[in-house]
Design a protein around this ligand. Structure first.
Ligand code: MSP
Length: 509
């Protein structure tokens, strides 16, 4: 395990405010960043905004605003939203910042020096919404862009091109030597077969209109927005000044599956051309629909993460996003399934368990965690579930299986609920004999320990809930090595517990 961890999200277009979709990737990066910090790694978590696209101009015009003023405003909207969601990024890059422009220019100079840029002519289709060149085979019925449902522009223009075709073989060799470069495996296979089908050179500039990053050696052109946007991952960490960047290569670029080609083909080829190492991994998660429909501004069904936060809480949203959709697969977002998860998994499984336990410790032991006792046979399943959790989730986090982390934690929660049903602490409480009371001590200790470990394991995923659980059990949430805090038996007897706590009040329809 390396001692550092550099995680990035896509930088988001500023034609719209954040949605639950863009929040999804950013929260995923936050979960990983929080976990690896708690594993003692030095973490750098980068997100930001992609501001030079043509659609930025349209969005500004629609608001009757100057383009620069619009981008400044939208960048603040993104920053504020991530702040309200409590995200812990270390840096926020905007592609209109000098550090980005200088780095992108330096990067393009390297490609020129490598002999990989030439002037040519492009004729074909361009979708403004995708900010991408499309081929006729990628269009849906009626020749429209399947994502934006609009007809792409037919363009005929002089562009500078990047010799992507030169990197077909180097990329295939790299993929063969690095089977974990793109995850999940299905995406890796998709990319490899895309490259095997042959790579054509790509445009790196477009004619200058009114907005965009000027091309360094020919100001009649702007840098094609995707080309400069990709360089954000290095411009934010000092590429303008030097190739020798503390944080490069990134440990993982988190992206949605919609932007695989840019990250898994174009970006690695350009890095090769510039003589820089490739990111260690690109992880492409799935896409979710809303009530079965593609989510989008034009469809008017974009779900606002702030609305969910205000109405259901940040942690419930964080939980739902990773419990409902295995990270890497597609899924469908709905308020019904959100409420169901809150009431069932969070309210019943976890919340009721904690509250029941707090009431028992309060009633039978005056709110003080009793001494551990000798283990009985019926304790074995609970203790084993708690003891294996640390290793299991560590493995899941290394593999970026965030949904798997939840599954593992809920195995312990279910085991604790089952334990109460089996050992029946309320029956033990009725028998005053010393032996039974010592047994009750042991049972309550075991349950407190199981819940302390649950609360600890939830720290990267549901930080506020983790603090609440640990606080109610009289212990501190993890702040140093989480694996140590997850060790069975390290919870202190004598800690003072809360009398009761409702973590997730029931949501009525
Ligand atoms: N600006 C480019 C990215 C440049 S990165 C160098 C871009 N921006 S975007 O605003 O359109 O954001 C796309 C990303 O938002 C997706 O890759 C994904 O991370 C996230 N998502 C947007 N909608 C989503 C869903 N419906 N489902 C899951 N993720 C979603 O593309």
């Amino acid at each position: 395990m390396s001692d550092r961890f550099y995680v990035t999200t896509p930088i988001y277009y500023v034609n719209d405010k954040p949605t639950i979709g863009t929040a999804y990737t950013t929260i995923a990066a936050d979960v990983l960043a929080r976990y690896f910090r708690l594993r003692g790694r030095r973490v750098h978590f980068l997100t930001g905004t992609d501001e030079n696209a043509e659609k930025t101009v349209d969005a500004a015009e629609a608001r009757g605003m100057d383009v620069k003023a619009h981008t400044d405003d939208m960048a603040e909207v993104f920053k504020k939203t991530w702040e309200i969601l409590g995200l812990t990024h270390d840096d926020f890059i905007r592609t209109t910042e000098d550090r980005h422009i200088l780095a992108a220019h330096r990067f393009l100079n390297r490609l020129e020096e490598a002999g990989d840029i030439y002037k040519g002519h492009y004729e074909g289709l361009y979708c403004k919404g995708c900010a991408a060149y499309l081929t006729p085979t990628e269009l849906g019925d009626g020749g429209i862009c399947p994502t934006h449902k609009t007809k792409p522009e037919e363009i005929s223009e002089d562009n500078y091109f990047f010799r992507l075709s030169k990197y077909e073989k180097p990329l295939l060799d790299y993929y063969e030597a690095n089977p974990d470069f793109v995850k999940p495996g299905t995406r890796y296979n998709e990319v490899v077969s895309f490259i095997r089908n042959g790579l054509k050179d790509i445009s790196v500039t477009r004619p200058m209109k009114s907005w965009g990053m000027p091309y360094p050696t020919d100001p009649t052109q702007v840098v094609y927005v995707w080309i400069e946007a990709l360089t954000n991952y290095i411009s934010a960490i000092g590429y303008a000044d030097s190739d020798d960047m503390e944080w490069w290569p990134a440990d993982v670029h988190l992206i949605g599956k919609d932007i695989i080609r840019f990250h898994c083909v174009f970006w690695p080829a350009m890095l090769m051309s510039a003589g820089l190492p490739l990111p260690k991994q690109v992880f492409a998660h799935g896409f979710f629909t809303v009530d079965g429909q593609r989510m989008g501004k034009s469809l008017g069904n974009a779900v606002d993460p702030l609305y969910i936060t205000e109405n259901f809480g940040v942690d419930a949203m964080r939980y739902y996003l990773f419990a409902e959709f295995p990270f890497g697969s597609d899924g469908d977002f709905s308020f019904d399934s959100l409420k169901n998860r809150i009431n069932h998994d969070l309210g019943n499984d976890l919340g009721n368990l904690l509250n029941r336990l707090l009431k028992m410790v309060s009633k039978y032991r005056g709110g003080v965690v009793p001494e551990a006792g000798a283990a009985a046979d019926e304790d074995a399943a609970l203790i084993s579930a708690a003891k294996t959790l640390a290793g299991n989730i560590d493995d899941r986090f290394e593999k970026i299986e965030i949904g798997g982390v939840i599954e593992d934690i809920w195995l312990l929660i279910r085991e604790a609920n089952r334990y109460i049903d089996i050992v029946k602490p309320f029956s033990l409480a009725k028998d005053d004999s010393e032996k039974t009371q010592a047994r009750l001590d042991a049972v309550l200790y075991n349950l407190v320990e199981a819940l302390r470990i649950t609360g600890t394991a939830l720290a990267p995923l549901m930080p506020d809930t983790s603090r609440k659980i640990c606080g109610a059990l009289g212990c501190a949430p993890p702040d140093a090595d989480i694996l140590e805090a997850l060790t069975w038996g390290t919870g202190a007897s004598g800690a003072k517990t809360a009398d009761r706590l409702i973590l997730f009040p029931r949501i009525e329809d």
